[in-house]
Design a protein around this ligand. Structure first.
Ligand code: SF4
Ligand code: SF4
Length: 81
């Protein structure tokens, strides 16, 4: 089980009324394959396919836990265009 993150959550939760405007993406070039995000994701929305993390956006609840735990900041929360 992943250890609790020691600091307060550094990212604001997306407002419920605008949550459809947010998504979390992965910068694959940064990923070192530690799998910490897979273990942390409460929705089992992440998979490691070979060397690439993939995200099921239908399952993703935008909790940002993967953004928080990744040691190389490979996940980013983005506002959809
Ligand atoms: S936590 Fe970051 S470095 Fe580790 S597998 Fe996930 S995306 Fe890759
Ligand atoms: S934002 Fe939360 S639910 Fe979505 S992939 Fe990351 S850890 Fe999983």
């Amino acid at each position: 089980m992943a250890k609790p993150f020691p600091e307060p959550h550094p990212f604001p939760s997306p407002p419920a009324t605008t949550s459809s405007r947010w998504k979390v993406t992965t910068i694959h070039e940064r990923c070192i394959g530690c799998q910490a995000c897979l273990a942390r994701c409460p929705e089992a929305a992440l998979r490691l396919d070979g060397q690439t993390i993939s995200r099921d956006h239908e399952r993703c609840s935008l909790c940002l836990d993967c953004v928080e735990i990744c040691p190389v900041m490979a996940h980013e929360a983005l506002v959809r265009g």
